[in-house]
Design a protein around this ligand. Structure first.
Ligand code: FAD
Ligand code: FES
Length: 256
């Protein structure tokens, strides 16, 4: 992990309250696994605002760029959205443990993402495709206005879409699509709200899989214990999402 001032080189809205931002910096030359995140200091850093964790949604080593996608939720993300190309942003990264792409032995992968859990799965889908893995993506959003990267995912493999109100794709949840479609896969990879992670990991409990947990963080580097999750088989009985995760084997942690 390095500490760097990343330069914003582009910013664009891609869906309702959703922004894609690309940075230029030497961090892009680090080994970056999908699921790892940037811990960004937003605003001037003088208002005691904690850093905000945002997943890495894409890396272009040739251009030395890193892309993130974030949703405007509160003060931190709204301040971040005001930053403009040319601005420098104080970033720690790549943080945490990502999906162990290099060690995976599989032919077909099922990716299941909900809302702001979709961005890291885009980078994962790219990495898996590069390894020759066939990717099926199931994405869930609130409604049509919140959907993003539909075309981008479609270029990488099979793509299924669900919205809560049926305004795009199938009406319902990602779990409804998994039940309805005959999806062949060796392992699954899921990221999204805790409720969705629980539902997906319960539904696929007889399969091997990984979950990525997006929860509130303090320090983001393992020092403050703000992000612990029960892990009964570990020596301490818990794991830190920021340092040991955010990606875990599905059976390694207990979602609360
Ligand atoms: C490892 C990791 C990766 C993440 N990746 C992304 C990403 O790629 N894109 C993205 O948009 N967001 C991502 N998040 C969530 C993002 O960090 C929060 O949305 C952000 O911190 C909210 O800050 P805020 O100041 O705007 O909102 P706040 O004012 O802090 O909170 C506003 C609302 O958002 C809820 N909230 C705050 N933090 C989180 C959180 N971590 N998860 C879920 N809800 C939260 C609060 O309960 C509240 O309702 C990630 C979080 C983690 C831990
Ligand atoms: S956020 Fe501080 S230990 Fe994880």
């Amino acid at each position: 992990m390095i500490h760097e001032q990343l330069e914003i080189i582009s910013k664009r809205p891609i869906a309702k309250d959703t922004v894609e931002m690309t940075f230029h910096g030497r961090m892009a030359q680090e080994k970056i696994l999908p699921g790892q995140f940037l811990h960004l200091l937003v605003g001037e850093g003088t208002n005691h605002m904690l850093r905000r964790p945002i997943s890495i949604a894409g890396v272009d080593k040739q251009a030395s760029t890193i892309t993130i996608i974030f949703k405007l939720l509160g003060e931190g993300t709204n301040t971040l959205a005001k930053a403009a190309p040319g601005d420098q942003l104080d970033a720690l990264g790549p943080c945490g443990q990502g999906y162990p792409v290099d060690d995976l032995r599989l032919e077909q992968a099922l990716l299941v993402g909900g809302g702001i859990g979709v961005p890291p799965l885009y980078y994962l889908a790219q990495c898996l495709k590069q390894k020759g893995v066939h990717v099926t993506m199931v994405a869930g959003f609130q409604n049509k206005e919140h959907v993003f990267y539909e075309d981008q995912f479609q270029t990488l493999g099979n793509y299924y879409l669900a919205t809560d109100d049926g305004s795009a794709g199938v009406k319902g949840f990602v779990t409804d699509i998994i039940s309805a479609e005959k999806l062949d896969f060796d392992q699954y990879f899921t990221c999204g709200p805790t409720g969705m992670l629980k539902a997906v990991s319960t539904q696929l409990s007889d399969q091997e899989g990984f979950i990525s947990i997006e929860q509130r963080m303090g320090c983001g580097i393992g020092a403050c214990f703000a992000c612990v999750v029960p892990a009964p088989d570990s020596a301490s009985g818990y794991k830190k999402i920021c340092k040991d995760g955010p990606v875990f084997r599905a059976k390694e942690v207990v979602l609360t």
